[in-house]
Write a protein that binds this ligand. Structure first.
Ligand code: BES
Ligand code: MN
Ligand code: ZN
Length: 474
C-alpha cells in the first residue's frame, strides 16, 4: 500500500510547467501540492543541487510517513536515484522536487540524486563524455540541500579518485590532488614525499611497499583545526592508498587485476571525509592520513622474505608482498597515536578474505573498544553504510608469528581479514581507541548497486564524515 506510486501531470501555476507527482497514496497529498505550488508561485525556487538552466519540469514526492522512514535514509537516497533517472529519461536538464519531511530525509534524497547521477566519464569521448549536468531544486529545504551537496560531493570526490586508472592517478598525482582539495576546504596540509624522506621520518612500511612504484610513495597529512573546540578527544582517520596493487613480486593473477586501481578507496574516503569535516566546521580536531604508494614488481621492489623494523620497533617479515596494505598502515597508526589521537579509524581495501566473509555489500569492522565500535557502526547505519563486527580473536595472533621476526605479514587463508586486523593491532598504541574498517567489498561494485553505477562507490566517506559530530555529541 505504502509503495503505491502516484504519477500524474497536473496543471501548473506557470505556463509550460509540468508537475510530476511521485508519492505514495496519501489523502494529505493534494494539500501538500497546494502548499508547495503556492511557494513556487511566490518565486521560491529553493537552492539548486547543481547549476544548469532549469527547463521547468517538476517532480513531486510525498513519501513522508513511518513506513518509509523506518527504512531510514536509504529509502530516500533510492527515491533520489529515481528522480535523477526520471530527469534523464525525460531528457530534461532540471527538475523541481516538492517534498515534505525532515531535514535528514531530504538531505538523503539529495544525496541519492547526486550519487546516482555520478558517472566516471572523464575518459569518454562523444555524447557520454559531454553528459550535461542536471539541476534538481527542492524548494523550502535550503539547509538539507546544502548538506546533501556537501556530503555527495565529498563522496563523489572519493569515487573519482578510486575510479581513476593507475596510469593517471599515482601516489604523486593523488597527493597533489589531495593537497589542492584540502587547501580549498581550509585544511592544513603536510606531505612527506619519497622513500628516502619516509624512511627518515619513520615510515619504513610505506617506503618498502612503494619503493618500486612508478612514482615515489607519499604520506599526506590533513589537519582540521577548529576555531572552537568542545572536547578533549582527538580523532585520526587513516586511509590505505595503494593507487595500483599488482601484488608486487608476489604478483596477482591478471584476471580482474584492473580492479586494483581502486585499492586507494580507503585513502579516497578519508580525503572526502576530511573535506566534508572542514566544510561542516567540526568542533573536534581531526587529522587525516593518506598512505599513498604503488605496489609494483621491479628490480627495486621489496622481496618476499625481506625483514624490516617498523616505527614501533617491531620487526616484520614480508611473507607476501601482496599483503602490502597492512605494511603501509602500520607505521601510520603508530604515528597517529604519537601525534595525540585518542580515537583512530582506519579504512582500507585490505583483504579479499573480507569479501568471502561478508560479500560486497557489507564492510568488516574490527575493534577492541566496544563503545567506539558501536558508535562507528551506528553512524554507519545512520549513513546507510553497513558494517559488521568481526572478532580480533586473540588465539589467531599465533597465525602471524614468524621464527625470524616479531610478526609475519600473512597468516594463511583462514580468517584472512582477522589476521590482517590483528597485524594492524600490533601497531596501535595501547591507550588509543581504534576501529579498523575493511571496505574491500563495498568499495568496488561489478554491477550497479542501490544508487551507485558500476565502479567505485566511495564507501565509508559518509560514515567517516559523521564521526566528529558523533564524538562531540552533536
Ligand atoms: N588490495 C588487496 C585486497 C583486495 C582484494 C581488495 C580484492 C579488493 C578486492 C590486498 O592488498 C591483498 O592483496 N590482500 C591479499 C592478502 C594476502 C596476500 C594475505 C588477499 O586478500 O589475497
Ligand atoms: Mn595486495
Ligand atoms: Zn592491496
Amino acid at each position: 500500500m505504502h509503495d503505491c506510486l502516484l504519477t500524474a501531470t497536473a496543471a501548473a501555476s506557470a505556463p509550460g510547467l509540468t508537475v510530476v507527482i511521485v508519492g505514495h497514496c496519501d489523502a494529505k497529498l493534494p494539500r501538500l501540492v497546494e502548499l508547495q505550488a503556492a511557494a513556487i508561485a511566490k518565486g521560491e525556487t529553493g537552492a539548486p543541487l547543481n547549476v544548469v538552466t532549469p527547463d521547468g519540469r517538476f517532480l513531486l514526492l510525498k513519501p513522508d510517513d513511518k513506513a518509509w522512514h523506518a527504512q531510514g535514509g536509504e529509502r530516500w537516497r533510492l527515491v533520489g536515484k529515481e528522480i535523477a533517472e526520471g530527469v534523464r529519461q525525460a531528457k530534461a536538464t532540471a527538475a523541481t522536487v516538492l517534498v515534505g519531511g525532515k531535514l535528514v530525509d531530504v538531505q538523503a534524497l539529495g544525496e541519492g540524486v547526486l550519487l546516482a547521477d555520478y558517472r566516471f566519464n572523464t575518459f569518454r569521448s562523444g555524447k557520454e563524455g559531454k553528459r550535461t549536468q542536471i539541476t534538481v531544486r527542492v524548494p523550502g529545504h535550503a539547509p538539507a540541500v546544502a548538506a546533501a551537496n556537501a556530503m555527495a560531493q565529498a563522496q563523489n570526490l572519493a569515487r573519482e579518485l578510486a575510479d581513476l586508472p593507475g596510469n593517471v592517478l599515482n601516489p604523486l598525482t593523488f597527493a597533489q590532488r589531495a593537497v589542492a582539495e584540502a587547501k580549498k576546504a581550509g585544511l592544513l596540509v603536510k606531505v612527506i614525499s619519497g622513500t628516502k624522506a619516509l624512511r627518515k621520518a619513520g615510515f619504513p612500511g610505506l617506503a618498502q611497499v612503494g619503493q618500486a612504484g612508478s612514482t615515489e610513495p607519499q604520506l599526506v597529512e590533513l589537519r582540521w583545526k577548529p576555531k572552537k573546540i568542545t572536547t578533549k578527544d582527538r580523532l585520526a582517520l587513516v586511509g590505505k592508498g595503494i593507487t595500483f596493487d599488482t601484488g608486487g613480486i608476489s604478483i596477482k593473477p591478471s584476471d580482474k587485476m584492473w580492479e586494483m586501481k581502486g585499492d586507494c578507496g580507503g585513502a579516497a574516503a578519508v580525503l572526502g571525509a576530511m573535506v566534508h569535516i572542514a566544510q561542516s566546521g567540526a568542533t573536534i580536531p581531526v587529522t587525516g592520513y593518506l598512505a599513498l604508494a604503488e605496489n609494483m614488481p621491479d628490480r627495486l621492489a621489496q622481496r618476499p622474505g625481506d625483514i624490516y623494523v617498523a616505527r614501533n620497533g617491531k620487526t616484520i617479515h614480508v611473507d607476501n608482498t601482496d599483503a602490502e596494505g597492512r605494511l603501509v598502515l602500520a607505521d601510520v597508526l603508530t604515528y597517529a597515536g604519537e601525534q595525540g589521537a585518542t580515537h583512530i579509524v582506519d579504512a582500507a581495501t585490505l583483504t579479499g578474505a573480507v569479501l568471502v566473509a561478508l560479500g560486497d555489500k557489507v564492510a568488516g569492522l574490527f575493534s577492541r573498544h566496544d563503545d567506539f565500535a558501536k558508535l562507528v557502526a551506528k553512524e554507519g547505519q545512520a549513513a546507510g553504510e553497513a558494517f559488521w563486527q568481526l572478532p580480533l580473536h586473540g588465539e589467531y595472533r599465533a597465525m602471524i608469528d614468524h621464527p625470524h621476526a616479531d610478526i609475519n605479514n600473512t597468516g594463511g587463508r583462514n580468517g584472512g581479514s582477522i589476521t590482517a586486523a590483528l597485524f594492524l593491532a600490533e601497531f596501535v598504541p595501547e591507550n588509543v581507541k581504534w576501529v579498523h574498517l575493511d571496505i574491500a567489498g563495498p568499495a568496488m561494485q561489478g554491477a550497479g548497486w542501490r544508487y551507485y553505477a558500476k565502479g567505485m562507490t566511495g564507501f565509508a566517506t559518509r560514515t567517516l564524515a559523521r564521526l566528529p559530530k558523533a564524538l562531540t555529541g552533536g
